[in-house]
Design a protein around this ligand. Structure first.
Ligand SMILES: [Zn+2]
Length: 278
């Protein structure tokens, strides 16, 4: 009996053990499933949200943000009135961004314009707009410290003086056999008519001398490297004659302010391009 019992007991124990095992396995599976589900339920939410939101948000941000800086970089800091050939517009160098005043055949000063003047360098008879002169003086001193003398040759010119210079040149070309319109057209690539010259505004300086040899001087090299640090630009570069309408003038340096000078240096633009009218 004892054996039988024990056999029965063993069987019962075996069944119990099996049941326990089944329960335990079932429980552990249940745990495993519920443990798996728990993180499954928690994690998928952000992980499914992230991929659906991220791709839609990132490109739209990139699409809206990327083109914005480009137009702002290319957007001229001043808006100029429309001018056409033969119908020049009158401009005045004042207000915000006075330093960016454009003068050429299409944009001209009023005939009676007279800037407040100041000697470009102490003791020099060459004058500039009083707002510009301190920058020239600063540039002059810096160049001098580097062993370069930026002799101010011709700064501000009166309207009458500009007219004289212009007419003298036209007469010279006429004497060389050109017709009056031909002589005027040729003169305009070398001397601006009165009111169209940056010298009438007092924003430009012809440095050393009106000589093409200026290109080979150390002063010219210095200017190419440093003028922008003082807000000056080479106004009529060799590769922009079709846009400026003026022949290469390595001696003619024009004040536009440090910000514009740096931007134009970086972009390789001339003033007309920078102002968005070329
Ligand atoms: Zn000049």
């Amino acid at each position: 009996m004892a054996k039988k019992r024990s056999k029965k007991q063993l069987k019962a124990k075996g069944i119990l053990a099996l049941l326990l095992a089944v329960v335990l396995v079932g429980l552990s599976v249940g745990f495993a499933v519920s443990e798996k589900r728990k993180p499954d339920k928690v994690q998928p939410e952000p992980s499914t949200e992230a991929p659906t939101e991220a791709p839609t948000e990132i490109p739209t941000e990139a699409q809206t943000e990327a083109p914005v800086p480009e137009p702002t970089e290319n957007t001229p800091p001043v808006s100029l009135p429309q001018a056409t050939k033969g119908n020049p517009v009158t401009v005045s160098p004042d207000g915000e961004h006075w330093e960016l005043t454009l003068l050429n055949l299409q944009y001209r000063l009023p005939e009676d314009y007279k800037p407040t003047l100041k000697a470009a360098v102490e003791g020099s008879s060459a004058q500039l707009d009083a707002r510009v002169a301190p920058y020239y003086a600063e540039m002059y001193a810096a160049a001098k410290a580097d062993g370069c003398t930026l002799t101010p040759y011709s700064g501000y010119r009166t309207y009458a003086r500009q007219q004289e210079n212009f007419e003298r040149k036209v007469s010279y070309y006429v004497s060389q056999g050109l017709s009056e319109p031909e002589a005027t057209a040729k003169t305009q690539t070398r001397i601006m008519p009165a009111g169209a010259s940056e010298h009438n505004m007092g924003f430009a300086m012809d440095i050393v001398s009106a000589s093409a040899d200026f290109v080979s001087t150390k002063e010219f090299s210095w200017l190419l490297e440093h003028a922008r640090e003082y807000g000056f630009i080479l106004r009529y570069p060799e590769n922009k004659t079709e846009i400026t309408g003026v022949m290469y003038e390595p001696w003619h340096w024009r004040y536009v302010g440090k910000e514009a000078a740096a931007a134009m240096h970086q972009s390789g633009q001339c003033l007309e391009e920078y102002l968005g009218i070329a």
